[in-house]
Design a protein. Structure first.
Length: 309
């Protein structure tokens, strides 16, 4: 069996070592490669160029090295008959938990105000409420959303969740669909987006959403840059509807130096690092997927082409 690896350059050797150690009998070639595309059985990829996967005529499986698959499905030539598996990795999940907890604390402890006081050498106490007095709404309650919800509940936050279809989670008040969205937003003092990026969720963090939040809400986006209408966020910040935002993902990455988000005093920016895939932990999910393919078993974490996740 031959696997094509397409990933960030600094991770290539780590992935090759992990594959060598965990998947015996697997031949690994890296992109760009010289050889017969028809020999490739499996593609393990992050942001493959358009047309690459369609050119692999005998491809049997595609594995995303990240939690999202929009970077693959946005290619109109993607061979829809080839199964696509998303990454579910304990290391990735732990990274997202840590980021979401950190970002939520930044917002609810009003650290943007404290940091501003420090910059101006002002000794001023900010009145803050405990976690038990805050309502946190998570958009997207799949694997990552559920893990983050559990962590926040453990800290005392009142957690709500919103998803496309009905879900029941212990300790979480859940809402679903368009009918449940407004009530969910009306009560979300901290709004966290962990949704997959699909045509239905593109631009979901826009004026209509912000206008439904409580005055002075916080917004955390660790989903995808395409969820955010950035000019609408800036407008919501300027009129006080949104007090503070923590952003890890952007429509254009790297975020251009001239972008106004850089200079906004109530915006925290991180460079798409909320949850980073480590080959050393992610290899277990990859090895399982390849083993399932070899044995003809149902594939775990299979992406629905209809839903896009």
């Amino acid at each position: 069996m031959k696997l094509l690896l397409k990933n960030e350059r600094h991770l290539i050797e780590r992935w090759k070592n992990a594959l060598h150690n965990r998947v015996p009998g697997l031949e690994v070639v890296t992109f760009p490669f010289v050889g017969d595309p028809a020999e490739i059985d499996v593609a393990l990829v992050w942001e493959p160029p358009q047309g690459l996967l369609a050119s692999l005529e005998n491809l049997r499986l595609v594995i995303s090295t990240g939690a999202g698959v929009d970077h693959i499905l946005r290619d109109p030539s993607y061979p829809r008959g080839v199964p696509l598996v998303r990454m579910v990795d304990p290391g990735l999940t732990q990274g997202m938990i840590e980021y979401v907890v950190m970002a939520t604390l930044l917002c609810t402890r009003r650290m943007h105000r404290t940091f501003a006081h420090q910059a101006n050498r002002v000794w001023q106490e900010e009145v803050v409420r405990l976690a038990t007095d805050h309502k946190v709404g998570i958009m997207g309650i799949g694997v990552l959303g559920q893990a983050c919800a559990s962590a926040l509940i453990g800290m005392g936050y009142n957690v709500m969740g919103w998803s496309r279809s009905p879900k029941q989670l212990e300790g979480v008040e859940t809402f679903h669909g368009i009918d449940g969205l407004e009530k969910f937003l009306n009560r979300s003092e901290v709004l966290i987006c962990l949704l997959p990026l699909t045509p239905d969720t593109e631009g979901i963090l826009g004026r209509g959403t912000f206008n439904r939040l409580p005055q002075g809400a916080a917004v955390i986006n660790a989903g995808r840059g395409g969820h955010m209408v950035e000019e609408d966020l800036l407008a919501a910040l300027d009129r006080g509807r949104v007090e503070v935002a923590v952003l890890d993902v952007f429509r254009e990455e790297p975020l251009p130096p001239e972008h106004p988000l850089w200079d906004h005093p109530r915006v925290f920016i991180t460079p798409h690092v909320a949850a980073v895939t480590a080959p050393e932990t992610a290899i277990f999910a990859v090895a399982d997927a390849i083993d399932e393919l070899r044995r003809g078993l149902p594939l775990s974490n299979l992406v629905s082409m209809d839903h896009g996740y």
